[in-house]
Design a protein. Structure first.
Length: 196
């Protein structure tokens, strides 16, 4: 029974993300080679998830619970982050900064919640399939999404939004609620106090 649940859940997850990516984003100008690399990686990851999900032979309930929780968190975060945008966001590896800075909804907790949602789903599916290949693909996608996020941040910092984004970046982490810069400031403030 768990095997059937895993198969259906992975297919439904793939459909939610692929539909959302097609309908929820605008292309805008882009870096074609990087976008092509990302598209190939997405197609490979989704295909592997469905194939490996269909080939699941274990029924470890703990893996299913953890994988389902991670993947469901990814789905929920994806939908909420998309709905937080006043208009459709640009796809990854855009070559222009966004028209405005978004700091509401899940953007209060992470600067790149859409990328984070993909990672939750991918690592959740890796857990569901108990596949080292899926885990390795999830790590590869994490590198690609980190690189896309870093490129987008450089674009924003060089735009009219740069000062506001610098302040936002000091409060909110790239993929987690805390910012390394905020921690560095707190650590240095703490060391200054302890030196007195």
């Amino acid at each position: 029974m768990l095997t059937l649940f895993i198969r259906v859940f992975i297919v439904v997850t793939a459909l939610i993300f692929l539909t959302g990516m097609q309908l929820g984003f605008t292309s805008g100008s882009r870096r074609s080679l990087l976008r092509l690399l990302l598209l190939g990686s997405i197609v490979t990851s989704v295909s592997a998830a469905v194939i490996l999900g269909w080939d699941v032979s274990h029924e470890n309930p703990w893996r299913v619970v953890i994988g389902t929780a991670l993947t469901s968190t990814g789905i929920l975060l994806f939908i909420v982050a998309l709905l937080s945008h006043p208009s459709r966001p640009r796809k990854a590896f855009a070559s222009e900064p966004p028209p405005s800075l978004l700091c509401r909804g899940p953007y209060r907790l992470a600067r790149h919640p859409l990328y984070l949602s993909y990672l939750f789903a991918l690592f959740g599916i890796a857990m569901l399939t108990a596949s080292r290949l899926m885990f390795a693909m999830s790590c590869w996608m994490a590198v690609l999404y980190w690189y896309a996020a870093a490129m987008e941040e450089r674009l924003i910092l060089g735009s009219d939004l740069g000062l506001a984004y610098t302040a936002y970046r000091s409060r909110v982490g790239m993929f987690c609620p805390w910012s390394l810069q905020a921690h560095k400031r707190r650590d240095s403030a703490g060391s200054n106090v302890s030196e007195r």
